[in-house]
Design a binder for this molecule. Sequence first.
Ligand code: GMT
Length: 380
Amino acid sequence: MNIGIVCYASVGGSGIVATELAKALADRGHQVRLISTEMPFRGPEYHVGLAFHAVQTPGYPLFREPQYLLSLANKIVQVSRAHDLDIIHAHYAIPHAAAAYLARQILANSAGVKVPRVITTLHGTDVTLIGSDSSYSETAAFCIDQSDGVTAVSRSLRDDTYRQLPVRADIHVIPNFLDCGIHHRSSDPELRARFTGGDERLRLVIHVSNFRPVKRTDAVVDIFARIHERVPSRLLLVGDGPDLDKAGRRARDLGVADAVEQLGEQEQVVPLLSVADLFLLPSAEESFGLAALEAMACQVPVVASKVGGLPEVIDDGVTGYLHPLDATDAMADSAVALLTDGALHQRVSEAALAAVLQRFCANAIVPQYEAFYRDILETS
Ligand code: GMT
């Protein structure tokens, strides 16, 4: 198939999943064209079967706002005409579903051109935060409904979409996935010693995110401070975003700043996850929690909030621990138990890895997307 994949290039799970899907589909013999403003975060340098098309959005003194939706739709039309796309797969509804819809309308209006089918994958905040905002809800719902096929990354997100938007489309759930050949623990004692100073008693707690309010990174620091009182430990904060400063201030206020290391944005998270003992994810909302899945693949137990799709990724008490959003003490208690009881840590980390290998590797999930594409091409 000729497949165009549209995604955001910025740090975020939707771009990572779209890029991994593009690579996996190319490996399976499809011709894939990634369409984005720049090569996405963690995108490949060169990959057989995978091409990249950059969307440029020229400014003009009259415009106060960049006209991204129009330039993206325009680029999709051009790529589709030149490369005979069968499928346009829009990741993140806003505004990608709208751009794909507009592109399909333009192509349908041109004689002698194949009209590709549009598939939209909902990732989370495109429905739960932004999509359901009254400034976007009507256009978001319309464009989702106009797609030839719609997928969501969890059952929870599918149900939230029906609850929060007037969407009637059939939403097919296809969970997120990892390239399990890359995402696995690779021990590096030197890197670990770099963070522990060689102190073998010291436990490493990690959080990876884009530090937006939905990630509740101040709660990460609160939980860590409670852990630190009871277990010699350090906190690695990986990523950057609007709340990183706030997290640093919280660490100073709680007297744990010396035990917190800010590593900024890192393309390669596997080496860092591989030296960690525990991952904290107390998010306010998480349609899936790709970061949790990456940690589990590296045998790092996750303590998270019981929200959104996280219970579909983490089996509470078996492959990690889930607690109500504000249960900071309970999260700290689970973390301390994992960090002080070696047998428990081993049991949970092995169960986490087994769950990833069984349910969330590319070879289990990518064929679901292919089958979905085929169904849409045959039926619509
Ligand atoms: O979090 C966002 O605002 C955007 C989005 C992203 O691009 O990272 O995150 C969502 O999509 C990920 C990939 O499907 C999911 O793993 C994240 O759980 C989800 N974030 C939220 O629901 C907050």
